[in-house]
Structure formats: C-alpha cells, structure tokens
Design a protein around this ligand. Structure first.
Ligand code: ADP
Ligand code: MG
Length: 247
C-alpha cells in the first residue's frame, strides 16, 4: 500500500498509509477501536474504495492508482475474480445460513473459479479435514458452535486458494473457551507459509504467531516492528499506553 487515504465524509479513516507485507509473512494489526483497522482490510479486499494512493497484491492493482488507471471501472465480475484471490474472515463468521457447510464451501469455487461440482467437493472435503470438521459437512451453520462456524469460514476462504488471507478480529465474537480452536487453525496456516494479516486483540497470539506487528491509531500507522520489540520496547508512547491497557 502506498499513500493510501480514505475518508468517510469529513472523517479521515486512513491517512496516507504505506505498508509492505512480504509473501508468507504473518502480520498482526493492533490499535484502538475506530483507528481504521477494518477499513484498511476492507480496502485490500475491494470492499471499500480508497480516495488516493494505491494498493497492489502480488503485482495486481487493487486500489485507486494515482497514475490514472480507472480501476474502479472494472466490471463487477472482474472485481469478484480479483477478490477471490484475497480471502477474508470476519468477526461475525458470515456463513450463508440457508446453506450446509458443504454448500457454503463449494459455492464460490463453482461460481467464481469455475470448478466442477465434484472437484469443488474434493477441495471442500480436504479443507474440512484441515480445520477438523469433516463430521459437520452436512450441518447448517445454526447447528454449529461459534468456533466451528469460524473454522468453516476459514475453510471457505481457503477454498479459493487466496494469495493472502485477511482476518478481522476472528475471535472477538467467540465465547472464551472457543477462541483457542480458531487460533490453532490460524496458527497452522501460519506455519504452512500462507500470507496472513490479522486484526486482533489477542496479544499473546500476536506475539507467538506474527512476524510483524503494526500499531494503528487515528488512521495512521504509528509503529511497525517485530513482536519482540513492540511488546517489550515499543518506540511510540501511544503504543505503550495501548498495550498497557490490553495486556
Ligand atoms: P476499527 O476497525 O479500527 O475499529 P474502522 O475501520 O471500523 O475502525 O472504522 C474507522 C472509523 O471509520 C470509525 O470512526 C468508524 O466509525 C468510521 N467508519 C467505518 N466505516 C464507515 C462507513 N461505512 N461510513 C462512515 N463511517 C465509517
Ligand atoms: Mg474493526
């Protein structure tokens, strides 16, 4: 991301963000509520348009290009294709409630990636095994716990083989005893080299799994460093204040 800014009305929610993330890296984004963390993720995934600056993922332009590319004139279908390369997992799971787990998993691979139904089912079976939910393949979301729903949501995001997977507070809506099972799945993804960006308040998890920590406030990146340095020796006083409150 280079020079990315975004306002809602008079409120500048992203203020000249520069951020480079390496393939295979795991980045945790921390910051107080309202600091722009969700908006940052949403711009990467074509859910928000930026006002200026540009974003590219693996060389493919996502955000507005100052050089005049009219990216936002892309057809909805092309946006869907590009979005398919960028998985997103939300706080609220966002599974299709009227579809079974299997149907949730095969819908996008069939409609967006053009997989045959039988190939999509094979992929779905693999992914469900990976998140430990093979026995829930025919269940409906309402029959699953929050932790199980979130693991299905992660499997669904993986079904499109994304270049990067974005998590927006993936465990914030979960009962405390269900947080661990979701973090374990994310940890496993991290260990296999999937590029991950995770907005989280789980400091212990960020410290253990992330290789980069970004601290945001007021639409800006105040600090970006290794977890070791951020958590023991943050350079910015606002980072220290924030960490003192959440630790
Ligand atoms: P965070 O995820 O760090 O809590 P957000 O990115 O959700 O922050 O929001 C940053 C600011 O932008 C907040 O003040 C929020 O109210 C505002 N905001 C977010 N989305 C919209 C929107 N669609 N319209 C107007 N204001 C918004
Ligand atoms: Mg948010």
């Amino acid at each position: 991301m280079q020079g990315v800014s975004k306002s809602f009305g008079h409120l500048k929610v992203l203020d000249n963000i520069d951020l480079t993330l390496k393939a295979g890296s795991v980045t945790a984004i921390l910051g107080p509520s309202g600091s722009g963390k969700s908006t940052l993720l949403r711009t990467i995934n074509h859910l928000e348009r930026v006002d200026s600056g540009f974003i590219s993922v693996d060389g493919e332009l996502v955000g507005y290009d100052q050089r005049g590319t009219t990216l936002y004139e892309l057809k909805e279908k092309d946006i869907l294709k590009r979005r398919a390369g960028i998985g997103m997992v939300f706080q609220s799971f966002n599974l299709f409630p009227h579809l079974t787990v299997l149907e949730n998993l095969i819908e996008a691979p069939i409609t967006v990636s053009g997989l045959s139904r039988s190939d999509a089912i094979l992929v779905a079976q693999d992914l469900l095994a990976r998140v430990g939910l093979s026995d829930k393949i025919n269940a409906y979301p309402r029959q699953l716990s929050g932790g199980q729903q979130q693991r299905v949501a992660i499997a669904r995001a993986l079904a499109l083989k994304p270049k990067v997977l974005l998590f927006d507070e993936p465990t914030s809506a979960l009962d405390p005893e269900l947080v661990g099972e979701v973090l374990d799945v994310i940890k496993e993804l991290a260990s296999t080299g999937t590029t991950l960006v995770i907005v989280t308040h789980e400091i212990g998890f960020a410290r253990e799994v992330a290789d980069t920590v970004v601290f945001m406030e007021g639409g800006r990146i105040l600090e970006i460093d290794t977890p070791d340095r951020i958590f023991t020796n943050a350079a910015h006083p606002r980072t220290c204040e924030f960490l003192a409150k959440v630790l």
